[in-house]
Design a protein around this ligand. Sequence first.
Ligand code: SF4
Ligand code: SF4
Length: 477
Amino acid sequence: MSKIIATSRTHSESGLSIKPLLAWFQSAPASHRVRLIAGRFTNLRRLSSWPLLALCFITPWLSWNDLPLVHLDLVAKQFRFGAVIFWPEDLMILTWMMMAGAFGLFFVAMASGRLWCGFSCPQTIWTFLFIRLEELIEGSRHKRLRMDRTNIAFNKTIFSKASSEKILRKLVKHSAWLTLSLITGITFISYFYPLSEMASDFLANDLFVGNLSGSGLFWIIFIAGFTYLNAGFLREQVCVHMCPYSRFQSVMADKSTLTVQYNEQRNDCIDCEVCVQVCPTDIDIRDGIQLACIACGACVDGCDDIMAKINKPKGLISFRPAETNIQHALNVIKRPRLLGYAIAFLLSLFLLFNQWESREGINASLERDRNSLYRINANDEVENNYSLKLHNKTNQSLELVLLINNDERRVFSINHQRYKIEPGQRQQFPFTITQQENAETKQVMHENKKAITIDIMSIKNDEVLGSIETSFIAPHQ
Ligand code: SF4
Ligand code: SF4
């Protein structure tokens, strides 16, 4: 029974060339032959990545007061996190958050190198997820290598057994990758376009005109395709060539930064190549410290396993300070730049909480009537007209009352004191302040301009939500 190796000539006879597809099925790049290993750093990555993944995938399903728990609503220009809503006016909070995040990352990068890359970066977490699926479906690295060497061949109308198995396993693997990518795409977009809205648009056959500028489905497919390409194919190329963090990370490192290193003075290496086989960036750490290393610790786990098997002490490959010792690395006082990052991080956190504390539930501004400074009413009293602009930044309806807090002589009255404003609503309310006689002294105010402060109080909680400074103008006496 002669087997025919599938070639372009064979398929060109049918007028359709599937050579590129077959070539793709035939073998995978070296990075696709990563061997998964067990060990302390692998466990540590599981410990950091599983909670992050759970948080990422579960959050869109949670709600708060019948609304999505997290909603980054670009259309309404509001970011909602449970009871807290951020508006464009809260830009300073976002700024301090980003500053704290950046200084925190600088601190971690200087103290322990690319710890973020190896243990928390979505690129690494998704890549390891894809590798785990690959291993589950196609088998161990050894089996995958053997399968990749199998040429796809068929006899007249049927594929050989090995070819069928190869095609089936590859199809199942890519289907699993695509499914995970699609779930990732839906999850990511659901932070902007809540699942409930997405589902009802889908059921109404209206996914194309969702609230993401009419392109909900486009963005889901875009993110799914991006995930499939990044975690399935590009993998370490993103870390090595595309990630900006990897570029400036080396600038932040000093001689005490922890890096993954091979101890060449020990002479214990048996050249088993496990450290290379487990490396997701396809480097040989025995060649020295390398920029492409994402500090995932897989080679440390792999080599420790080998050392245990040959009864040699672990740590032939380990995390160590680049040029100093661990005592110096841990002494923050002796590393002024590291201390500087720590102080800047704490300062940003302090300013963030300070800004958070001073955040008001409403945004209020007041404008005087530009047409007339004052008016004398039928009772001979002086009146000033104002326009109050209110923005309810909370997710609850607010009932408010306006009170003049520096009216010691009780000569002012507001004609429209109570307001109700719905969550997220911006509304304008005109009102008038009238200057009356003091009930006790029977005198009117003799100032022609008086600074007044109006408190905006929540009726429900009996607390001041905000205050506005303005002035009352009266004719010269
Ligand atoms: S895993 Fe350890 S023993 Fe094996 S090649 Fe790498 S350094 Fe040498
Ligand atoms: S050299 Fe080691 S720590 Fe660095 S990326 Fe490769 S396996 Fe991870």
